[in-house]
Design a protein around this ligand. Structure first.
Ligand code: FES
Length: 100
């Protein structure tokens, strides 16, 4: 199993993933309060998260449509991603996902 930790509201919650689901789907499956306003269609930016630096470097590059939304958000950093666009893989074991 792949372990991913979500950090939000001063809490840190580690969940297990099988792989193949998005970070947004994983959060929803585990009652983590991450909003997917457009249902994962990469249209709204509500699923904005920050990934720990080490794992952010391992993720596939952002697609143009994701980057387009990220760059419009005031909290955008190079480690920011849209959770609906990040598919969980075994290389993400130990990843820390901050929900602003
Ligand atoms: S849910 Fe809307 S961009 Fe991710």
């Amino acid at each position: 199993m792949i372990k991913i930790t979500f950090v939000y509201d001063g809490k840190s919650v580690t969940v297990e993933a099988r792989g193949g689901e998005t970070l947004l789907q994983l959060a929803e499956q585990n009652n983590i309060p991450l909003v997917g306003g457009c249902g994962g269609a990469c249209l709204c930016g509500s699923c904005f998260v920050d990934i720990d630096q080490a794992h952010a470097n391992l993720l596939p590059e952002t697609e143009f449509s994701e980057l387009d939304i990220l760059e419009c958000l005031p909290m955008y950093k190079p480690t920011s991603r849209l959770a609906c666009q990040v598919v969980v893989t075994p290389g993400m074991d130990g990843m820390i996902v901050q929900i602003p």
